[in-house]
Each structure stands twice: as C-alpha cells, then as structure tokens.
Design a protein around this ligand. Sequence first.
Ligand code: IMP
Ligand code: MG
Length: 175
Amino acid sequence: MSDKIRVLLPEEEVVKRIREIGKQITEDYRGEEVFLICTLKGASLFACELAKRIDLPLTLDFIAVASYGSGTQSSGEVRMIKDLDESIEGKNVIVVEDIVDTGRTLSYLLEMMKKRNPKSLKLCSLLDKPERRVVDVEVDYKGFEVPDLFVVGYGLDYAQKYRNLPYVGILELDV
Ligand code: IMP
Ligand code: MG
C-alpha cells in the first residue's frame, strides 16, 4: 500500500499563518493571561507552534476526546479520553483544534468547557472544512479553509500516520 499525498499547504505557508494568528491573539488579549487548551493528538503540532508566537503569560494544557475511528468517517460519537490538569474557571480560554469538520467534536467540547465557567472562551483551528458542517460552530481564529477532501500532516493523521509531515497534504488513498 502506498498512499499518495498531494501538498495543499506548504510548510512556509502554514508557519507564516500561525505567526499571524499568534500576533492577532497577542493583540486581542493584551494585558491578560491566556489558557490554551490543545486537543490531542491532532492539534499538538499547531498548538506548540502557536504558543511560541503568543507574547503573553500563557498556560498550556491538553485534553483528548475521541471522535474518529481509524478511518475517514466521523462516527458522531464523542468520548473523553484525557481531561485537563488545571481548572479553567475565570480564565481566558482558547481551545486549539486541528480541523473543524462536522463540528460535532467541537460543539461537545465547547459546551463542556462553558460549564466550567471560564472568563472567556474562544476557538482557534488550523483548518476549517465548512462544506462538511453538521453542527454550527464558530471558529474565532482560523488558519485556512480547506475543501471537502481528507487532509493529513501538521498533526493530522490517517490511521495515526502522517502527523509528522511538516505540511498539510491531501491524502489519495491507494485502494
Ligand atoms: P468533527 O467532529 O467532524 O468536526 O471532527 C473533528 C475531528 O475529526 C478533527 O479533530 C480530526 O481529528 C478529525 N478529522 C476531520 N477531518 C479530517 C481530515 O480531513 N483529516 C484528518 N482528520 C480529520
Ligand atoms: Mg482532532
């Protein structure tokens, strides 16, 4: 099996956009502290790069929920795998996601975070696939909109592979 991957967003473009988002967040929250929630595993590469570009007092925490199996189809089922280590009560929370697809995972996660009484709650996603949206989710900080194709790289996987690609590519399955 040899999957083909076509480059969609080259590394330089991704890194440049992350710098811009970091700068925007730095301006928007000036004088405040931010609490970044990185959703594992997909957003890990994005969140680390982004955190370095935010020039504010910052806490980085991780959460893991499962929404996808090992294929390319969303099951619609969302389960908590790893909760945050810290309380977010009274904090300026930014949830950092790799991609908003149907929106199911995020709407579940955001509802859950809202109940914990943060001071503010925003969503930052590297990628957005608006054509696939089933549940309404507003992305406050967005890297790129992508077409309705399966993408991998920069943290995003197919069956746990390709997360390490330094760019975002379109996966063409060899079937
Ligand atoms: P949603 O609940 O349908 O919005 O799915 C969100 C999650 O599905 C993301 O956090 C990804 O882990 C995964 N996902 C959705 N689309 C893709 C894709 O094109 N490539 C890799 N993972 C994806
Ligand atoms: Mg994810």
